[in-house]
Design a protein around this ligand. Structure first.
Ligand code: KG4
Ligand code: ZN
Length: 339
């Protein structure tokens, strides 16, 4: 039990604790906050309060699923940022308190670093380096993961994140937040060719979703003018399929460009949007086309979770990168400099 790490994640709207041993997940408990669903997005103040209310029971549940007691934990890892400052503060104070009381090392983790390592939960023998597309509600970036502690950011979004584009499109279709999974499900019964949204034109390996968002808004407005809300209801599946394919095709086009340039032996997709069934199919198809390996985290570990924080914490701990109890949370935390 020398390598057991407890990971705490509270950067946004999931209160989550994971317990790992090496790269193996022993137990995970996540409270997905429902209070935000009616607001169409996360309300920071409500998120922080919910974390305070849930964190202790989530910790107990994670330990019980792992079949371990706190005394068997070797180190405490905690998300330092990026994220909502009030939400981060709750997890960070809780984690630092635990580490102090237990006399265990405290490890600060960059939330994005956690996401980038989640393919290891799907394939513990995964070799490095891999080219990784991270697409979540707050971030969209293309990253070369050279080894567990060295990453290079190749491209990023110039405006919205991919998950944000899904969520904003969902608001227009009257879907609850977060809309990504609803759009995924609806799109399965839709025709993605019925409405075509123009592909964004962006240089390098960067992303842009604001054009798709505006085009979709205009499309929905036009249909409402022509046939009212009942027409939107009738066309919902086709609309979902169209916006999903516009978002995913843009993601995959950047991945394709980077595969051609860097010729990696393996590619991965991570983050909440990597749970999308169409995205997984397209990325797997791309890998097949180039004869390379494709990995993605198990579906339940695509979205924010304490397991990925424990995993990143494990690699930092192993290499002596132990943090300090004075590490305070940061709403903005650059990935390459803070890993
Ligand atoms: O990684 P994550 O849990 O949180 C951030 O770090 O931002 O990602 C949440 C995002 C939300 O925008 C949600 O709509 C999106 O991931 N998402 C999906 C799917 N499942 C979650 N988007 C598309 N299809 C899905 N199946
Ligand atoms: Zn995340």
């Amino acid at each position: 039990m020398g390598e057991v790490v407890l990971g705490i994640e509270t950067s946004c709207d999931e209160t989550s604790v994971g317990v790992t041993e090496g790269v193996r997940l022993l137990g995970l408990a996540t409270w997905s906050q429902m209070v935000h669903s009616r607001y169409g997005g996360v309300v920071p103040e409500l998120a922080a309060r919910e974390h305070v209310i849930r964190i202790v029971s989530v910790l107990e549940e994670a330990l019980s699923r792992a079949g371990l007691g706190l005394e068997e934990v070797g180190a405490i890892a905690c998300t330092r940022g990026p994220g909502l400052i009030g939400a981060l503060m709750v997890g960070s104070l809780f984690g630092r308190g635990l580490a102090q009381v237990l006399g265990k090392p405290f490890i600060s983790v960059n939330h994005l670093h956690g996401h980038l390592l989640t393919p290891l939960f799907g394939d513990p023998d995964l070799a490095f380096p891999y080219l990784c597309l991270l697409a979540s509600g707050g971030h969209t970036m293309l990253v070369m993961v050279w080894d567990p502690l060295k990453v290079e950011v190749l491209g990023w979004t110039l405006d919205d994140a991919a998950g944000e584009a899904f969520d904003k499109a969902g608001v227009l279709l009257g879907l609850p937040y977060p809309a990504g999974p609803h759009i995924d499900r609806l799109a399965q019964g839709g025709d993605l060719g019925r409405y075509r949204l123009r592909a964004p034109q962006v240089s390098g390996f960067h992303f842009s979703f604001s054009g798709i968002k505006t085009a979709f808004l205009n499309l929905v407005k036009r249909l409402r003018r022509e046939g009212g809300w009942s027409l939107i209801e009738k066309e919902k599946a086709h609309l979902a399929a169209s916006v999903q394919s516009a978002i995913v095709d843009h993601l995959v086009s950047r991945l394709r460009k980077a595969v051609k340039q860097y010729r990696p032996e393996r590619i991965a997709i991570v983050g909440g949007v990597s749970a999308n069934s169409y995205f997984r199919r397209c990325a797997a198809g791309l890998a097949r086309e180039f004869g390379i390996q494709f990995v993605a985290p198990p579906l339940s570990l695509c979205t924010d979770n304490g397991g990925m924080i424990a995993l990143a914490g494990y690699f930092k701990w192993r290499s002596g990168r132990v943090g300090s109890l004075t590490d305070s949370p940061c709403a903005r935390l650059p990935l390459e400099e803070f890993i």
